[in-house]
Design a protein around this ligand. Structure first.
Ligand code: ATP
Ligand code: MG
Length: 568
């Protein structure tokens, strides 16, 4: 590709609304352009990268025996009503009417549609197992689209759905996808981790996520260095502790705490650590509000809390009015002593003695609170996010926390959708059996952003070779004034292209500095510079995007290096 014909515009300025490096670099390098919130155009350079991701995913899915199909993006409401998700999905679902006032949505995912397809196509156990996949556009009306293509509203997903006669079959299909996903992310040259995950509103049981490790990741991942345990923090469990609690040494005391609204305020006033305080959060429940009690320095885990009996799902914090009516106090002064609501107490709180908490009276707190004396011995539950240093499951080692970007997710769905939509086949005895399903997603567009998060420097993107939009950038110096340089560059361009390399030939009449800066910004792995001086010595200047310095190579040497670098 000749740069002069490629229409690429790079930007010097960092766009104001871009918060993270991949978003900034994707805009600056001209990979994407914004249309509206969460909507992006993939420009020619970006599309080349996207197609590379798709190609690797498609190859590995095909290798794993999955069958590609393509479903409509627009889906009829009736299917979603049958599975109950028309109501459950809420504002994330973009809903619309056709000219006959029939309701539709723009698909955020395709369980309903594929199950409908399968219920019509699959009649006998002999047709199983089968795994259908597509690479297709989704729409989710995200509450906070951000980070460019990483959390957009319209995005491209690879989604696959397996159908099996029984649970053992599903397990085999699931493990095949586990292996295929590992192969995909390895081939893409990304550093990733596989973690246990929550199944969310999609339903089902077993589920694992594939995360690209990056500081800007929206998810926290807990992992153990001395075992292979790794989990999204959403589902990483905490444990009740050893039951050995320090004895009470202080009397219960009620003290005036005017103006104290937060744990930090309370610690400041009393001169104590947050770990000696507890906080009480009021959430909505099935039969009125419910209190959740955590140590002052711990974070509530919404995924765990919303699974507790009587707690509303999705977890919803009670408003001020509800809190006042239920407790007689405002949010800053709550506590479990004499609280007249269902109360869930976190495991870590159960270990405390002589702690402080709100007195359910505005402007007052208790100090020296002890279980078994000032309030009943608690039955504790797991309510909080794990923190670094917590014990890992299995009794071995402790947890560390890393940030990750979810790029893939595999689920065992079981029969939730096949049951609701009547997707059955005849088994060996001629009886109807509801099929066991799995579903498997990869965020194709998100991978491009995630790859940049993991591979960049101050000057721009550093593409892992399998994702690079071009293999080589060819930079002639003063080509418009030197026939020798022009002839040599044209010859190289032809030869490299004939050898199957994807070459960006920077034939623009601009200063070399501009060409070098653009080459670094757009992150092409190999750079070859053709200059009059080099040609005099029969040499080309070569630099890999990750190298500190360039080096001079004989023409043949350079060609050999480049040709070998792309043999995979
Ligand atoms: P998240 O937790 O990030 O919102 P999710 O768990 O809702 O994602 P899934 O339903 O598991 O997403 O979808 C499969 C894959 O699609 C995800 O692993 C992710 O890579 C990608 N994906 C999901 N939502 C978006 C989005 N808004 N923008 C870009 N990619 C997305
Ligand atoms: Mg997910």
């Amino acid at each position: 590709m000749r740069f002069s014909e490629f229409g690429l515009t790079t930007l010097k300025e960092v766009p104001a609304d871009a918060e993270i490096v991949s978003h900034k670099l994707m805009l600056r390098a001209g990979l994407i352009r914004r249309l509206a919130s969460g909507l992006f155009t993939w420009m020619p350079l970006g599309l080349r990268v996207l197609r590379k991701v798709e190609a690797v995913v498609r190859e590995e899915m095909n290798r794993a025996g999955a069958l590609e199909l393509l479903m409509p993006a627009v889906q009829p409401a009736e299917l979603w009503q049958k599975t109950g998700r028309w109501d459950q999905y809420g504002p994330l679902l973009l809903r619309m009417h056709d000219r006959h006032q029939r309701e539709f949505c723009f698909g955020p995912t395709h369980e309903e549609v594929i199950t409908d397809v399968a219920s019509r196509e699959l009649r006998s156990y002999k047709q199983l197992p089968v795994n259908y996949y597509q690479i297709q556009t989704k729409f989710r009306d995200e509450i906070r689209p951000r980070f460019g293509v990483m959390r957009s509203r319209e995005f491209i997903m690879k989604d696959a759905y397996s159908f099996d006669i029984d649970h053992d079959g599903l397990e085999v299909s699931y493990q095949k996808m586990h292996a295929a996903y590992s192969a995909i992310f390895e081939r893409l040259g990304l550093e990733f981790r596989i973690v246990w995950a929550d199944s969310g509103e999609i339903g089902g049981s077993k589920s694992q996520e594939f995360h690209v490790i990056a500081d800007s990741g929206e998810d926290a991942i807990a992992y153990c260095d001395s075992s292979d345990f790794a989990s999204n923090i959403e589902t990483a469990p905490t444990f009740p502790g050893d039951g050995k609690r320090a004895a009470a040494t202080k009397e219960l005391e009620k003290i005036a705490t005017p103006g104290v609204k937060t744990i930090a305020d309370l610690c400041g006033l009393l001169g104590i650590e947050a770990s000696q305080t507890i906080k009480t959060l009021i959430v909505e429940g099935d039969d009125g509000p419910v209190a959740l009690v955590l140590r002052g320095d711990h974070e509530l885990n919404a995924v765990k809390a919303q699974k507790l009996a009587g707690v509303a799902s999705p977890l919803t914090m009670a408003d001020d009015k509800t809190i006042r009516e239920a407790t007689g106090s405002a949010a800053g002064s709550l506590g479990p002593v004499d609280m007249d609501l269902p109360v869930y107490i976190d495991h870590a709180v159960g270990q405390l003695a002589d702690f402080s908490c709100g007195a359910n009276e505005e402007g007052f707190h208790y100090t020296g609170v002890n279980f078994g004396r000032d309030l009943a011995e608690p039955e504790t539950v797991d309510l909080r996010n794990v923190v670094a240093g917590d014990p890992a499951p299995g009794g071995e080692g402790t947890l560390s926390i890393a940030r990750g970007i979810e790029v893939g997710h595999i689920f065992q769905l079981g029969t939730k959708y096949s049951e609701a939509l009547g997707a059955t086949v005849q088994d060996q005895d001629g009886k109807d059996r509801v099929m066991e399903m799995g579903c498997y997603g990869i965020g194709i567009t998100r991978i491009v952003g995630a790859a940049i998060e993991q591979n960049h420097d101050d000057n721009g993107i550093i593409w892992p070779a399998p994702l690079a939009p071009f293999d080589v950038v060819l930079v002639p110096i003063n080509m418009h004034r030197s026939d020798a340089v022009r002839d040599a560059a044209e010859a190289l361009y032809g030869e490299l292209t004939d050898a199957g390399l994807e070459v960006l030939f920077d034939d623009r009449d601009v200063r070399p500095g501009v060409k070098f800066a653009d080459a670094e910004l757009i992150g092409i792995p190999h750079r070859l510079v053709v200059s009059e001086r080099g040609l005099g010595a029969g040499e080309l200047e070569y630099r890999h995007r990750r190298d500190e310095e360039s080096r001079n190579l004989k023409r043949e040497e350079a060609l050999k290096l480049l040709k070998e670098s792309t043999i995979s």
